[in-house]
Design a protein around this ligand. Structure first.
Ligand code: SF4
Length: 49
């Protein structure tokens, strides 16, 4: 997977501000259609255990 920079350091997959998940799922953020990045979300987010 290409390097994904992610500032969500609360996520269990975040390592040094990069995503370490083998794959991520991104979806619309409860909108019918999306026009900007604010309306998207990473569904692979998992809280640190
Ligand atoms: S799973 Fe999503 S929220 Fe978590 S580090 Fe990767 S890109 Fe960021």
């Amino acid at each position: 997977m290409p390097n994904i920079k992610c500032n969500v350091t609360e996520c269990n997959f975040n390592q040094a501000v990069e995503c370490s998940a083998p794959m991520i799922q991104v979806n619309r953020n409860n909108t019918g259609s999306t026009n900007n990045s604010d309306e998207t979300k990473c569904e692979t987010f998992k809280p640190k255990s």
